[in-house]
Ligand binder design. Structure first.
Ligand code: HEM
Length: 205
């Protein structure tokens, strides 16, 4: 396995946040509604991890360092794990595990349906992220994993629906997400190494 320490470092760095937030909730450091704060932090964490996962390929192209690709799958799985924790926190702290309220909740918060579709997409990608599925699905694997380009806009839409008036933070994620999606266009992707190459040539002069 390549880059074992780097992988472990990334694992610990991402694993520590939910534990830290739980500790904060336990010690009354999350304000009067810790459950809501936990739901928000885990949701934002899932979105940020999605953006970080998508930035691994461009970073590898830019730097030539294989370490970025070595952690891409792990980061994608973490994004799904944060999404599941986000859903679990919602079910416990907002829904109070009272499933009879779900229909009312869906009418009150229709953005949940968008979040649920995005999470279902992440589930499909997580289930097929192993080498066995990659071999079995062949060309269809690549097509299936393009779902990520649908999941990101859904995640952004879900967040936009919630933040509405407070657009500044959302706009940052949307712009980063937009750039990352643009970079997946093959013609643009091919230009990345040339940009670095051009920079190096200028430095050599
Ligand atoms: C079944 C799945 C999901 C449910 C039930 C759900 C539910 C919620 C709820 C209720 C909130 C608002 C909490 C509040 O009142 O402030 C929220 C916020 C959020 N969710 Fe989800 N969500 C789901 C999936 C996702 C997924 C897959 C992502 C990311 C890819 C995501 C990202 C976010 C973000 C970024 C926020 C806003 C956090 C903030 O206000 O800073 N959610 N979600």
């Amino acid at each position: 396995m390549r880059h074992p320490f780097w992988r472990l470092f990334v694992f610990l760095l991402v694993a520590v946040w939910p534990l830290y937030w739980l500790y904060q909730a336990w010690s009354f450091a999350l304000g009067p509604d810790p459950g809501k704060v936990l739901v928000e932090r885990l949701g934002l964490g899932a979105l940020i991890l999605l953006l970080i996962t998508l930035s691994m390929t461009p970073l590898q192209k830019l730097s030539g360092w294989s370490g970025w690709m070595a952690v891409r799958r792990q980061l994608g799985l973490w994004c799904f794990a944060y999404g599941v924790l986000h859903l679990a926190a919602y079910a416990v702290f907002i829904l109070g595990l009272d499933w009879s309220q779900l229909a009312v909740e869906l009418r009150k918060r229709p953005y949940i349906i968008v979040g649920a579709i995005a999470l279902f997409g992440l589930l499909l990608l997580a289930l097929t992220s192993n080498r066995y599925s990659q071999r079995r699905l062949g060309k269809a694997w690549k097509k299936l994993h393009r779902l990520i380009y649908l999941i990101l806009p859904l995640g952004l839409l879900h967040m936009l629906w919630i933040v509405r008036a407070d657009l500044e933070e959302w706009a940052i994620y949307a712009v980063v997400g937009g750039v990352l999606l643009l970079l997946r266009i093959p013609a643009l992707m091919r230009r990345i190494p040339r940009i670095v190459g051009a920079g190096q040539k200028v430095q050599q002069k």
